[in-house]
Design a protein around this ligand. Structure first.
Ligand SMILES: Cc1cc2nc3c(=O)[nH]c(=O)nc-3n(C[C@H](O)[C@H](O)[C@H](O)COP(=O)(O)OP(=O)(O)OC[C@H]3O[C@@H](n4cnc5c(N)ncnc54)[C@H](O)[C@@H]3O)c2cc1C
Length: 439
């Protein structure tokens, strides 16, 4: 039977951090992931808004690990695990495979949660994967292009209306960027469309924007967005969504308010990916409401000393769902497997701070008790994200693209090919009496 010493599931932040440490130590492992790219999710919004190309934030894990002969990368979807037999089941190329292991590290991350309203997924745009970002980018370009040529004023208004649901970091970044795009890119390149024609509404159920920060940083975020023309609607839930709009209901209000928009973006919550549920069932590990594994302090799962889970699929000590938590968790697990850290040692997260970008030249940063806002925070954001972006070429390209977009007006990755549907033939539109005259 196919066997290896360590199996790592996923190719995100947690998986790659584990893999790199094992690879350098010469430990044989198999990394299995649904996608063989390492997606740098914090920069997805720049793919959606035409600043960067997808390839620049999603290098191939296969290429990153190619120089380590002990690393075997496989494209596949892990569907089950048999802990007593120490076997993992995955699907690849239409076949089901079983792979034996000594240690298993799961880092399968999280996806959007629609809080029981999964039908919202069909009528909203998300920002979790490369496909999501490319789909949203095509939608943004389509809306501006069609608004330019349509003669239907109501339709034009809806094409230029965007609703973003959830004012966490992703929602704030997107709302800020779409408004900025309107004024700094489309206003320059599409005659007759101005930033004032574009409505961006950011809706949040909590009483502040960016609730994870609170206080001065949340206040600054709201003020900055409003100054740039984004409407920030707080204490409000979205109760209904269809292709053409959403119903917003303020807390305490009896009735909802219908807002029309062609683009509705959902960034309101996350839930663990499916493999977390399989692991929970097979190991007896408990989960929280978002399906995240309540892992042990040493990041082992349930009663198993040979199964570990890290990152967004887990919940431990209220640590945030952020990349440093996944990366540090991955390194802790690798050190445990390599015997460099004693078995059972609790994972200690070193909080180096967190940050979020609002728009050009404005960001918020929190490092322990130090809170920074504005230009300094923005420069810090760019520097940190450049350092963590994988690959020298990608860093170089990102810096050049940032110069072009933030100092100039360039969005090099906006391209859109109109899908030509059936168009009414001109003669069909001639009224009957006109047709008679022509005859
Ligand atoms: C838009 C956006 C912006 C963000 N901005 C920031 C930020 O500014 N700062 C920050 O710190 N964090 C940010 N985050 C959060 C950060 O990206 C996550 O915390 C981090 O990616 C978690 O890493 P992970 O390894 O747990 O999961 P992920 O990076 O999500 O990786 C999960 C991996 O598992 C694979 N997978 C899933 N299911 C299976 C399966 N069944 N079989 C095989 N493979 C599977 C996926 O293909 C993927 O490779 C952002 C997230 C998003 C979506």
């Amino acid at each position: 039977m196919d066997r290896t010493e360590v199996v790592i599931v996923g190719s995100g932040f947690g998986a790659l951090a584990t893999a790199k440490k094992l690879a350098k130590a010469g430990k044989p492992f198999v990394l299995i992931s649904e996608t063989t790219e390492h997606l740098f999710q914090p920069l997805l919004y720049q793919v959606a808004t035409g600043v960067l190309a997808a390839g620049e934030i999603a290098p191939s894990v296969r290429a990153i690990l190619a120089k380590y002969p002990n690393a075997d990368v496989r494209l596949g979807r892990v569907v089950d695990v048999h802990p007593d037999a120490k076997e993992l089941v995955y699907e690849a190329a239409g076949e089901r495979h079983t792979l034996g292991y000594d240690s298993l590290v799961a880092a399968t991350g999280a996806r959007q949660s629609y809080f029981g309203r999964d039908e919202f997924a069909k009528v909203t745009f998300a920002l979790k994967t490369v496909d999501d970002a490319e789909r949203l980018r095509a939608q943004i370009v389509r809306c501006f292009e069609e608004a330019h040529t349509t003669t239907d004023l109501e339709r034009r208004k809806n094409l230029l209306s965007f609703i973003v649901i959830g004012a966490g970091a992703t929602g704030v970044e997107l709302a800020g960027q779409i408004k900025e795009l309107a004024g700094r890119y489309f206003e320059q390149s599409i005659r007759g469309v101005t930033a004032d024609d574009v409505t961006v509404t950011l809706v949040e159920g909590a009483g502040v924007a960016m609730p994870a920060y609170g206080g001065k940083l949340s206040e600054y975020t709201k003020e900055s967005l409003e100054k740039s023309g984004v409407e920030v609607v707080l204490n409000t839930l979205v109760t209904d969504i269809d292709e053409h709009g959403a119903t917003l209901k303020a807390h305490g209000s009896e009735t909802g308010e219908r807002r029309t928009a062609e683009t509705i973006i959902w960034s309101a919550g996350v839930q663990a990916n499916d493999f977390a549920a399989a692991l929970a069932e097979r190991t007896g590990c408990e989960t929280d409401r978002a399906g995240r594994l309540l892992v042990n302090p040493d990041l082992t799962v349930g009663g198993r000393a040979d199964i570990f889970a890290v990152g967004d699929m887990t919940s431990l000590n209220n640590l945030p769902g952020q990349s440093p938590v996944a990366m540090q968790g991955g390194r802790h697990v690798a050190a445990t497997i390599l015997g460099k850290t004693k078995r059972g040692t609790p994972f200690k997260f070193r909080d180096k701070g967190s940050m979020a970008i609002i728009n050009r030249f404005r960001a918020v940063t929190k490092v322990k008790s130090i809170e920074l806002t504005g230009f300094v925070a923005w420069v810090l954001w760019l520097a940190v994200h450049m350092v963590y972006l994988v690959g020298f070429r990608n860093r170089y390209v990102a810096v050049m693209s940032w110069f072009g977009s933030f100092l100039g007006h360039r969005r090099p990755h906006f391209h859109y090919a109109q899908e030509i549907g059936p168009i009414e033939a001109p003669e069909a539109r001639i009224p009957d009496d006109e047709t008679a005259k022509a005859a």
